[in-house]
Design a protein around this ligand. Structure first.
Ligand code: RP5
Length: 155
């Protein structure tokens, strides 16, 4: 994440990763405030052969694009809901990457963070049967919750 202040958004992603038994590490890195650290972290992610980097940032959100520029590891960008523009600034600055260096961009805020984690798990699930099973179980539980709702039309 670009700042410790992004943690409330990022914590939803961590919950999902824990639930699915997906290993992760968490860092605060800023494209603006710690540019060298960002570059060395991208190199580390590449050397450790990470499956994905979930990069959450707000405002002029350069973090995902800069990470993607420094590594081939797929970057999943999460726009943090900013105070000034409610995250529209974050969304547009992450999603509008010029052709050549892609960033997969998710919804603004907690839904985006949770979905980025689910997306990373789905990437892992292509080669990891245990993650695949847990992801299937997560989806089945989510479906069952809707079906068990007494207000569900099927009842
Ligand atoms: C971005 O600036 C961060 O991702 C954060 O969303 C935003 C504000 O950061 P703070 O001023 O709260 O540290 O780099």
């Amino acid at each position: 994440m670009g700042s410790r202040s992004d943690f409330a958004t990022v914590s939803g992603a961590l919950e999902v990763l824990q639930q699915l038994g997906v290993g992760y590490e968490v860092r605060v890195l800023s494209a603006h405030r710690t540019p060298q650290l960002l570059a060395s972290y991208a190199a580390r992610a590449e050397a450790l052969n990470f499956t994905a980097i979930i990069a959450a940032a707000g405002g002029a959100a350069h973090l995902p694009g800069m990470l993607a520029a420094f590594t081939r590891v797929p970057v999943l960008g999460v726009p943090v809901q900013s105070r000034a523009l409610s995250g529209q600034d974050s969304l547009l600055s992450i999603v509008q990457m010029p052709a050549g260096i892609p960033v997969a961009t998710f919804a603004i805020g907690e839904a985006g963070a949770r979905n980025a984690a689910l997306f990373a798990a789905a990437m892992l699930a292509t080669t990891d049967a245990a993650v695949r099973e847990r992801l299937d179980a997560f989806r089945a539980a989510q479906t069952q919750k809707v079906l068990d709702d007494p207000h569900f039309e099927g009842h």
